[in-house]
Design a binder for this molecule. Structure first.
Ligand code: SF4
Ligand code: SF4
Length: 89
């Protein structure tokens, strides 16, 4: 495979641009975390495509500036401790 290529217009080429691109504006649902049901297993944190999950000592939460509401975290949670709820806008 050749590594001799030209970056096309529109590519993300500047390191750090993903942190400036707040994807939370796309969201129609958000993940609600149930502190009681969470075993702190980290699975949701590992799969979140936007690195939006924040790990607290006893409970996790989503940074809504970056969470785009895809629901992957809720799907993988082994204890159903995440429920996707509709945004009120
Ligand atoms: S996947 Fe579920 S149980 Fe595991 S840390 Fe996330 S919320 Fe908690
Ligand atoms: S809904 Fe998607 S973007 Fe939001 S915290 Fe869960 S996995 Fe991340």
């Amino acid at each position: 495979m050749s590594t001799d290529y030209e970056i096309k217009e529109g590519a993300v080429a500047d390191p750090g641009t993903s942190t400036r691109n707040r994807t939370g504006g796309w969201r129609v649902e958000f993940p609600a975390f149930d502190e009681e049901g969470c075993t702190l297993c980290d699975l949701c944190w590992e799969v979140c495509p936007d690195v939006a999950i924040e790990r607290g000592e006893d409970v996790y939460s989503a940074d809504l500036d970056y969470c785009k509401g895809c629901g992957v975290c809720a799907q993988v949670c082994p204890t159903d401790a995440i429920e996707m709820e509709r945004e009120e806008k």
